[in-house]
Design a binder for this molecule. Structure first.
Ligand SMILES: [Fe+2]
Ligand SMILES: [Fe+2]
Length: 257
């Protein structure tokens, strides 16, 4: 995509698969898989930040506020799940309590600004919405968030060097974490999740979400998207994970989904 898109201003994370054999060790595979939800979050915050100043009609603002709220829910759930389940389970498996302490600390760093965004969204109506205010809040934490999302991949890669890191056990934990995340998010958010993916990313070498039957995007588009179709217009991709111009950018006004 040549025009401004959801791969900036905060940069996406390069996956380990781009430069190494992910089958080398479960740690590499897990680090690789973690890049996908992280990049979803980055595409989401970029889509919010870039489109916010151009959302003007009250009905569009209402949809936009729902989109922003969905993004907050995604971010909050991801980090809560890591702290409640994934990190403690991996630490137990490698017999190294505190291995993820640095990650948890970073969660708390960006959560201050992130919580301010959540609070702002909660008190804001289409009549009182201010893009400058919202983006001002995002400016306070998005760089820390991106840094964390990027740094956590390196921490996961470092699991490879842990003497007690058993590949099968780690993969089992990662799979369970994935299943928990899917359950937690629910099918209503499926159009949102798919709309934050990019099937062309890094030459289309990835398949995320993994194991998704071919009919799911159809179901997501024609059924699950219905209650909040207006909000999903802010997604950078369609329900088939195909990147599309950000609809609310002035240069893309009138572009179809
Ligand atoms: Fe993560
Ligand atoms: Fe994290």
């Amino acid at each position: 995509m040549t025009a401004q898109w959801a791969d900036g201003p905060w940069p996406l994370i390069e996956t380990p698969a781009k430069t190494m054999d992910i089958k080398r060790h479960a740690a590499v595979q897990i680090a690789n898989e973690m890049c996908h939800p992280h990049n979803l979050m980055i595409r989401g915050i970029n889509s919010i930040y870039l489109q916010a100043p151009h959302v003007k009609k009250p009905a569009d603002i209402a949809d936009f506020l729902y989109f922003c709220g969905s993004w907050c829910q995604l971010v909050a759930q991801h980090h809560k799940e890591e702290e409640d389940f994934f990190f403690p389970a991996v630490e137990k498996a490698i017999e190294k309590p505190g291995f993820f302490d640095g990650e948890v600390e970073e969660h708390h760093t960006f959560l201050i600004g992130f919580d301010e965004m959540r609070k702002y969204l909660k008190e804001t109506t289409p009549e009182t919405f201010s893009a400058a205010r919202l983006n001002g809040i995002i400016d306070k934490f998005a760089t820390d968030l991106q840094k964390h999302l990027s740094g956590e991949i390196q921490t996961l890669l470092a699991l490879e060097k842990e003497p007690k890191a058993d590949g099968a056990t780690l993969l089992k934990i990662a799979n369970e974490a994935g299943e928990r995340a899917v359950k937690e998010l629910g099918s209503e958010t499926l159009p949102f999740i798919l709309g934050l993916c990019d099937r062309t990313y890094e030459g289309g070498i990835h398949n995320f979400p993994p194991g998704m039957p071919a009919f799911v995007p159809w179901l997501a588009h024609y059924w699950f998207a219905r209650p909040h179709r207006g909000a999903w217009r802010f997604c950078p991709s369609d329900t088939w994970k195909k990147p599309r111009p950000l609809m609310f950018l002035p240069e893309n006004q009138g572009a179809s989904s």
